[in-house]
Design a protein around this ligand. Structure first.
Ligand SMILES: Nc1ncnc2c1ncn2[C@@H]1O[C@H](COP(=O)(O)OP(=O)(O)OP(=O)(O)O)[C@@H](O)[C@H]1O
Length: 360
């Protein structure tokens, strides 16, 4: 799963990237204009793993992970005929979700490309830029469809006409500032456009990058679109926090009056926004979180571990995390009857502790 960090130049993208990934990519007060992205894999914080590690004392503990990509700044001032550079479009198109950093911190030493800090203006500028990228894809596709449809056989023609109608609807929506993720679509329609990598169809996490002085009362931002969420963060503080060891970080957080680093909230929200959940496996060798989509049946979840387990699936022994903790041990949970046997079609829940029985 890959999440691309976007935003205007100097909004703090690399700083937020460093905060999320505990990395040390170079940040600059002047727009870097670099196109080569920074990429890092990040563990998804999950307290349950620490508790299970205490219980099972495994040789290793493995967290679920997500990847973040820090790309160059969007321009925010699109002129006629000017779109996003193809390399940037390519990075964004292949991402599973977007994380939009929008600046609210004031600092005269960090020039703003528009000369002043204005959250709503910047937010709209970037949304517009994403919408223009999608509109360009739609226009090209419509031109091709219009040329092709007349020459097609009846069955194929019908499908293409449906696609054209859908694209026209999405186009009208985008022109009225409605992102594709907010458009009403049937499952079939969603399938029809899946291959286009529309940017406004991707889940979006809006991260206002607030100043240190705004930490106690971050500006309220409403972004009322489906599959979107808002998590404010002070990039500068979080990036410093991310470099400290746990003990120093704890003291620093107490001084600042915060309980959980915002980076953890952002990572968790990214995961949720993507419709992902974790099931867990336990044992003397490893305690581990595995990533699956919501609504995944047990037989497919088994495939996340190994294709052989999916192929030879017999059944799954499942206990909910809370039930195991309540019981105190697997043996006790079995006595209490909370360890269940489930078949192939059982829908795996977040926090299920699964043991798959298989035969290949
Ligand atoms: N919350 C914040 N408060 C104060 N300063 C910040 C904050 N976040 C970032 N900065 C500072 O703003 C400057 C620009 O940050 P950064 O390089 O991360 O931006 P960027 O969006 O990645 O820039 P570019 O467009 O060059 O890729 C840096 O000097 C950084 O330390």
């Amino acid at each position: 799963m890959k999440i691309a960090i976007i935003g205007l130049p100097n909004s703090g993208k690399t700083t937020v990237f460093n905060a999320l990934t505990r990395g040390t990519a170079e940040t600059t007060a002047y727009a870097s204009g670099q196109l080569e992205p920074n990429l890092a894999t990040v563990k998804v914080p999950d307290n349950r793993l620490a508790v299970l590690t205490g219980m099972f004392k495994p040789k290793k503990t493995t967290f679920a992970d997500v990847q973040y990509v820090d790309v160059a700044g969007l321009s925010g001032s699109r002129r006629e005929g000017e779109g996003l550079p193809p390399a940037l479009l390519n990075y964004l198109g292949t991402a599973d979700a977007l994380l939009h950093v929008v600046r609210t911190f004031e600092d005269s030493a960090v020039p703003h490309p528009e000369g002043s800090v204005d959250l709503m203006r910047d937010l709209q500028a970037v949304d517009l830029e994403l919408a223009f990228a999608d509109l360009a894809i739609i226009e090209r596709r419509l031109q091709r469809l219009n040329a092709e449809i007349t020459k097609m056989a009846a069955r194929e023609k019908e499908l293409r006409i449906t696609e054209r109608e859908l694209l026209l609807r999405l186009q009208a929506g985008l022109e009225a500032e409605i992102p594709i993720r907010a458009a009403q679509m049937s499952e079939e329609e969603e399938r029809l456009i899946r291959g286009y990598q529309f940017l406004t169809a991707k889940p979006l996490l809006l991260v206002p990058n607030v100043g240190e002085d705004q930490l106690s009362a971050p500006p309220t931002v409403t972004y009322a679109h489906p599959r979107s969420a808002v998590v404010p963060l002070c990039g500068k503080i979080e990036a410093e926090l991310a470099q400290l060891d746990d003990e120093d970080a704890q003291t620093f957080m107490e001084d600042l009056g915060i309980t959980t680093p915002a980076r953890e909230l952002v990572i968790q929200q990214s995961y949720t926004l993507l419709g992902l959940i974790s099931f867990l496996t336990t044992g003397p060798d490893e305690v581990r979180a595995w990533t699956i989509r919501q609504q995944t049946p047990a037989v497919e979840a088994a495939g996340a571990i190994h294709s052989d387990i999916q192929r030879g699936f017999i059944r799954a022994e499942v206990v909910a995390y809370d039930d195991l903790i309540k019981a105190g041990s697997m043996t006790e949970a079995k006595k209490q009857g909370t360890v269940r046997m489930e078949g192939k079609t059982y829908i795996v829940q977040d926090g299920d502790i699964c043991h798959f029985l298989f035969n290949v």
